[in-house]
Design a protein around this ligand. Sequence first.
Ligand code: ADP
Ligand code: ASP
Ligand code: MG
Length: 402
Amino acid sequence: MLRVLKFGGTSVGSLDRISNVANIIKKQKDQNDDLVVVVSAMSGETNKLLAYAKHFSSTPNKKDVDMLLSSGERVTSALLSIALNEMGYKTISMSGAQAGIKTDDDYTFAKIESIDTTNIKNCIKDGYIVVVAGFQGKNISNNVTTLGRGGSDLTAVALCGSLDADICEIYTDVDGIYTTDPRVVPTAKKLNQISYDEMLELSSLGAKVLQNRSVEMAKKLNVKLVSRSSFTPDVCGTTITKEENIVEKPIVSGIALDDNQVRVGIYKVIDKPGIAGSIFSKLADEDINVDMIVQTVGVDGLTDLDFTVPIDDLIKTKKVMDSFKDSSENIDYNEHITKVSIVGLGMKSHAGIASKAFSAIANEGINIRIISTSEIKISMIIDKDKSKRAVKALHSVYGLDK
Ligand code: ADP
Ligand code: ASP
Ligand code: MG
């Protein structure tokens, strides 16, 4: 059996934690499984390196940023390999480039284009445990690229797919996927299974337990993905799988919250055809991912527009919006918001799910600023200081505590 195991930042957060990971690997290797291990940087390391870059420049060259950030996972891959070697195993550590991961040129958010697995396969054949630095690859010009925050999950899933491995186990600091972030709602329940589509919504809507691009790829390549804990490795985790494999299909499977959005409001804009189009195309030209949008019905030929953008894009957004100052009365930015979302396959076939959410939020005396829905999710923008209360209320109204 060939397994891909991935260990996240907290799982390799100290030398002791790396020893713990080595022991988990030992157990699996002693069962004669072939192993490819993917590691993140030690927790906090990537942010520390980013802060170092920002010390010198508020807009550091992205190529240099990738060179810098990729070093974090190389440290842990080498250390883990050294630890395993000392325990008597044949091991080899590799950067993403050495592992054959080829990407496009989009520094700091590169997409994997192909993986040449020859090197890894030869090492496995020779009995090595291969330890790969996650979150990185190289582009056609041989420069190091990184895959976006949380990207080691993507490395693991992509390697699992390319190697045609049997399973991809993502080890983190919680023992699976819960109905909501267990650090926010302690009564959250662990799910045995969840579909790719629901997981993709949850992670895109803020549940960082799995990176959304990794879930997308797992679905595409039909990778058997399991989320579990390196702190309690004997507890079985959550399997992310195809919808048809899901035994129980609850109407609502989970609730996500995303604190990294800003609400932008532009008021009393001249309500003429194409104005919204020109705002959003200018934002798109700057690669700004506009999420929820509402436009109020125009009065006196004027209209209001509200939308959300990722907090990391706020500076770029302000620059774009400045060019609309003259065609509106006022533009404002609110960072004190949270996007709360409920996700479930059952929403496709059940009515009244949304109204239940809105009354649960209203009963808490919380105002909903923006709403958006899709087939399997409902998202609401509310004030940040009320988000925990909202999530708890929603969690209980859909019976997820039970
Ligand atoms: P790693 O460093 O291992 O990649 P992350 O910090 O990226 O780990 O993700 C794990 C965290 O995700 C957990 O500590 C938990 O707080 C958070 N999380 C958010 N939503 C959920 C959820 N629905 N189920 C489990 N964990 C969640
Ligand atoms: N170290 C990177 C990050 O913090 C990638 C990862 O952990 O998956 O985003
Ligand atoms: Mg992560």
